[in-house]
Design a protein around this ligand. Structure first.
Ligand code: NAD
Ligand code: MG
Length: 401
């Protein structure tokens, strides 16, 4: 029986994880569920999963959470605050940690799981983007098993040979990795209309149902940029090893191209329960609740190159990846700030990439040698991005012309 902690249980990935876990009560037991602020959903999930702990990361909600949980007959202890997230991620009773907090807030709890040598199912790509080498070194040092949840990286993992050595594509006869992306909801919108798109439009992904931040990142393709960086760290790739391909149908989740001309693709309906079930059961296979792919129902499969004009964020992320850790940490931080501002309706969609680019230009190259350095770099970039936004939002409010 595997004991599982779900960091970010109330989010899109968290909910899908619970759905898969509840299909296999003979194999998995929920140890802890964490949420930022959605107490009602956390309570509902606790009633279903019967965890030993629930954690509310927002400390100001502790008393309210205690009261809510005490009204129900539950054998679970309520904890609060960011230290408690780290505690349930690293507890000696835990075998598996699903890292599904969104954004930089997931860094320290995910690292706590890594340092405790857990099997870590990594959805929180921002944690790896922010701390790259330190994260991977820590996983190696503490024998943590990293399994990718991001559908593309899970697909690549499935298409690589079982004896793949980190960073050695040549040794496995691989020529390159094809990282696929749908292009998001604005794939064919005329470019001049992009500044006017509203947050609800950006969050309405044609194929995937996801949290709001990653939905906006998918619309700008910053998500693919973060995934480019994530793929480099997860598999030890050079920039040239990865080609980004637009595949609007989201049926192929990524591919590995071999030197003999073979291309191995992983396919499936776009439902995150597939990579979640794959990683939970790895190296076995278990039922996930995802319907079988019906090839008779599939229309065309198309593949194109993403346009730099439409998706400047993708290029920025690739440049940052080549510039080094300070750049990817800064870009991730700036992007979190600017996406949140866009979601509040305070800047235009196209200004997301503008702010990210201006922010990167203002930050000189510097080494990040510790997690403290990473956190300082993240904080500095957030401040710079906020300052840039202040100057922009005065004249470019959404709805104004
Ligand atoms: P979401 O917004 O639906 O859920 C986020 C979760 O994080 C919630 O449980 C929330 O309570 C928690 N959270 C938010 N802020 C927090 C904070 N400050 N401290 C502690 N907890 C906090 O997001 P999601 O779509 O489930 O995505 C989660 C992660 O998985 C992201 O990093 C995303 O990039 C990645 N991911 C998601 C998908 C998807 O299909 N949703 C696919 C691939 C990767
Ligand atoms: Mg993805």
């Amino acid at each position: 029986m595997q004991q599982v902690t779900i960091l970010g249980a109330t989010g899109s990935i968290g909910k899908s994880t619970i759905d898969v876990l509840l299909r296999h009560p003979e194999s998995f037991n929920v140890f802890a569920l964490t949420a930022n602020s959605n107490l009602e959903l956390l309570l509902e999930q606790a009633l279903l999963c019967n965890p030993k702990y629930v954690v509310v990361s927002d400390l100001s909600l502790f008393a309210k959470a205690q009261e809510l949980f005490s009204q129900r007959s539950l054998n679970c202890e309520v904890l609060a605050g960011t230290d408690a997230l780290e505690q349930v991620a690293s507890d000696s009773e835990v075998d598996v940690v699903m890292a599904a907090i969104v954004g930089a807030a997931g860094l320290l709890p995910t690292l706590a799981a890594v340092k405790a040598g857990k099997k870590v199912l990594l959805a929180n790509k921002e944690a790896l983007v922010m701390s790259g080498d330190l994260f991977i070194q820590s996983a190696n040092k503490h024998n943590a098993q990293l399994l990718p949840i991001d559908s593309e990286h899970n697909a690549i993992f499935q298409c690589l040979p079982a004896d793949f050595t980190y960073g050695d594509l040549q040794g496995s006869g691989i020529s390159n990795i094809l990282l696929t992306g749908s292009g998001g909801p604005f794939l064919s919108m005329p470019l001049e209309e992009l500044p006017k798109v509203r947050p609800e439009q950006a969050c309405a992904h044609p194929n995937w149902s996801m949290g709001r931040k990653i939905s906006v990142d998918s619309a700008t393709m910053m998500n693919k940029g973060l995934e480019f960086i994530e793929a480099r760290w997860l598999f030890g790739l050079q920039s040239d090893d990865i080609q980004v391909v637009l595949h609007p149908q989201s049926i192929i989740h990524s591919m590995v191209q071999y030197i003999d001309g073979s291309v191995i693709a992983q396919m499936g309906n776009p439902d995150m329960r597939t990579p979640i079930a794959h990683a939970l059961a790895y190296p076995k296979r278990v039922e996930s609740g995802v319907s079988a792919l019906d090839f008779k129902q599939l229309a065309d499969f198309s593949f194109t190159e993403p346009s730099k004009e439409r998706y400047p964020n993708l290029d920025l992320a690739i440049q940052a990846s080549n510039a080094g850790q300070y750049a990817t940490t800064s870009l991730n931080a700036a992007n979190e700030v600017v996406v949140e501002t866009f979601l509040q309706g305070k800047i235009n969609f196209t200004q997301i990439a503008e702010v990210n680019s201006e922010c990167l230009q203002q930050i000189p190259s510097h080494a990040l040698n510790s997690i403290e350095d990473v956190i300082a770099c993240d904080k500095n970039a957030r401040q710079i991005a906020s300052d840039i936004i202040k100057n922009k939002s005065v004249t470019h409010m959404v709805g104004a012309n």
